[in-house]
Design a binder for this molecule. Structure first.
Ligand code: SF4
Length: 357
């Protein structure tokens, strides 16, 4: 397993509740895993944990392993090498990642690529005339082209794990489609795992193999992408989908999740979603959430999740939900009859445009 978070809990001084609360998550080599939820749900902190980039005063318990390495135990040069070579993060705003007075070639060389490799990377991310691009500065690029430069920088050290934090949210839909296809192609070529953070649930369902839903620092649902979209199990997931517009579905009214996302000052004696949940019962106020298995191998942290009996007669614990098969990662839609949304069809039909003007 490439990325393993086991029962990771992160507390900040002065916060009434943990930023991350008992988070367990996996990403296999060659797998695309989505992480969705409202702002403040803990998505970015989860990704930063894989980089060993938690706030200095944070207290963390549990484990974070990347390719077998205990990230929370890394310090000094080992931690620097981990961030420079094993894991790479692509942020939402490419301009924030680039020094405006330095040339693009300098940016790539700082990440370990010599001139030939830097030109090769720019060519790989679809930028034309890479030798000329290396001599240019950020202001000479459009937003989409800069995001390609940042992706080239992320790939410079051939990382095993890519963390994309809203990496395409600021781009127009055409460029977004090209970047997504590009990332998927590069992931396949290099066998890297991809943790894909997004607010766009339909995009996550269309693009990812598996999806984790986070709320108040906890994972509340884990499903294959097809099951996540076709039969969401947790009331919060259903609420998010109910207020997400779908291309072509003009007859459906959007229903917002009532209330507001919790802050770090809010504490919960029971289910954190209870104050906003349309299906809450009195017992939810005191039920401490735990991941309950679903018949399809997924998990939902809702006490109303139907009990899942053991089917092998041994009482043995079932495999972790979403654990990839021996012959490769679980594929979205494999062996299912999940309905296809318009976005799914659009993403699946995308082609990589290797050159941009
Ligand atoms: S445990 Fe209760 S409050 Fe929490 S999501 Fe389930 S039904 Fe809603």
């Amino acid at each position: 397993m490439l990325l393993t978070l086991d029962h990771l809990t992160v507390r900040l001084p002065g916060a009434a509740r943990p930023v991350l609360d008992d988070v367990t998550l996996r990403v296999a080599a060659g797998e695309v895993v989505g992480l969705v939820g409202e702002s403040g749900s803990g998505k970015s902190t989860t990704a930063k944990a894989a980089l060993g980039l938690l706030p200095g005063r944070a207290a963390a318990t549990g484990t974070v392993r990347v390719d077998g390495t205990d990230v929370l135990a890394l310090t000094g040069e080992e931690l620097r090498r981990h961030r420079a070579r094993t894991v790479a993060m692509i942020h939402q705003d490419p301009r924030a990642a680039l020094n405006p007075v330095r040339r693009v070639g300098d940016f790539l060389r700082e990440r370990g690529a010599d001139r030939a490799r830097a030109a090769e990377l720019l060519d790989a991310v679809g930028l034309s005339d890479p030798e000329r691009r290396l001599r240019q500065r950020p202001h000479e690029f459009s937003g989409g082209m800069l995001q390609r430069v940042v992706i080239a920088g992320a790939l410079a050290a051939r990382p095993r794990l890519l963390l994309a934090d809203e990496a395409t949210s600021a781009l127009d839909v055409t460029t977004q489609a090209e970047i997504l296809a590009l990332l998927r192609g590069l992931r396949a070529e290099q066998g890297a795992g991809l943790l894909f953070i997004t607010h766009d649930l339909h995009l996550a369902a269309a693009y990812c193999d598996r999806v984790y839903v986070m709320y108040a620092g906890r994972v509340v649902e884990e499903r294959t992408a097809a099951a996540f979209f076709a039969a969401p199990a947790h009331p919060y997931t259903r609420g998010l989908l109910a207020c997400s517009p779908t291309l072509g579905d003009t007859g459906r009214s959007l229903t917002p999740v009532p209330g507001r996302p919790p802050s770090l000052g809010d504490v919960f004696p029971g289910c954190p979603f209870a104050p906003r949940c349309r299906e809450a019962e009195p017992d939810c106020e005191t039920w401490r959430p735990e991941a309950l298995r679903l018949p399809d191998g997924g998990a939902s942290a809702c006490r109303r999740t139907p009990a899942q009996p053991s089917t092998d007669g041994t009482g043995a614990e079932k495999p972790l939900p979403g654990t990839p098969r021996a012959d490769g990662p679980a594929r979205a839609g494999a062996g299912t009859t999940a309905p296809r949304c318009a976005e799914t069809a659009a993403v699946e039909s995308m082609t990589v445009h290797r050159r941009t003007p």
